[in-house]
Ligand binder design. Sequence first.
Ligand code: OAD
Length: 265
Amino acid sequence: MAQSIGGGEAELPEDVLARIRRARRVSVLTGAGISAESGIPTFRGAGGIWDKYDFRKLATPEGFREDPVLAWEWYRLRQREIWKARPNPAHETIAEMEMHFERFDVITQNIDGMHARAGSRNVIELHGNIWRARCVRDGTVIELDAPVEDIPPLCQCGSLLRPDVVWFGEQLPERALEIASEAASASDAMLVVGTSAVVHPAASLPLLTKKNGGLVVEMNLEETDLTPYADLSIFGPAGEVMPALWRRAAFPERFMTEHPIIANR
Ligand code: OAD
């Protein structure tokens, strides 16, 4: 049954913690909200990217064809923003968790590369990565190790490079989606962190976990389209809620010593 609580460590229900503790296979699905506390803006909500910028010009193949310079100016701006940012405790907790389970998949809609920077090794990127560019003519992929300087960047063959990210109206990388769907279906638990859960197919992945009897725990500042389907929704900033959840799931004895009265409740 769906249950919603605030982010306080003491409120976390023991039955959910026990299921995470016992899980053999765990997946995490992340969205822009996990990087918000690193200073990277989200897409939706007050002050969100799509409030300020026109996605048609910046995040569609048609927009890019019309004005590649404008699109690249925006991606350069975002690269510079991400370049300065650092992974936060939510990314770090997820990287730490990977070592504790038989299988652990980090499925992300984010293109910022923060999970890898935090130390996660098994990251499935559904929407591409801002640190790669791709030749529009032959698909050659180029790794970028810093924000682009000259705009628009060109491939060695002289054709335009585009950001290697998924735009509106484009298919997700087939193999990544296949791996993510398999992970979601086979997971004993999925943690969904900082996504509005409105962009599909990513938003449907937790439902695969649920359909197969797995636990779905959502962490967000507010209710989302997933909230009615989640076993538990924890409302609070990911950088606080994620470490709190993991502390209590992984080290229950420590919590019981520090909070004997709450723990015995
Ligand atoms: P959104 O911007 O749609 O949603 C961000 C979510 O994070 C919202 O539900 C916020 O409430 C939540 N949030 C914000 N700050 C938070 C915090 N500190 N802790 C926890 N939650 C927080 O971002 P996505 O769901 O990732 O796609 O958006 C999905 C896709 O839509 C993106 O990958 C992008 C976008 O258009 C493409 O560009 C293809």
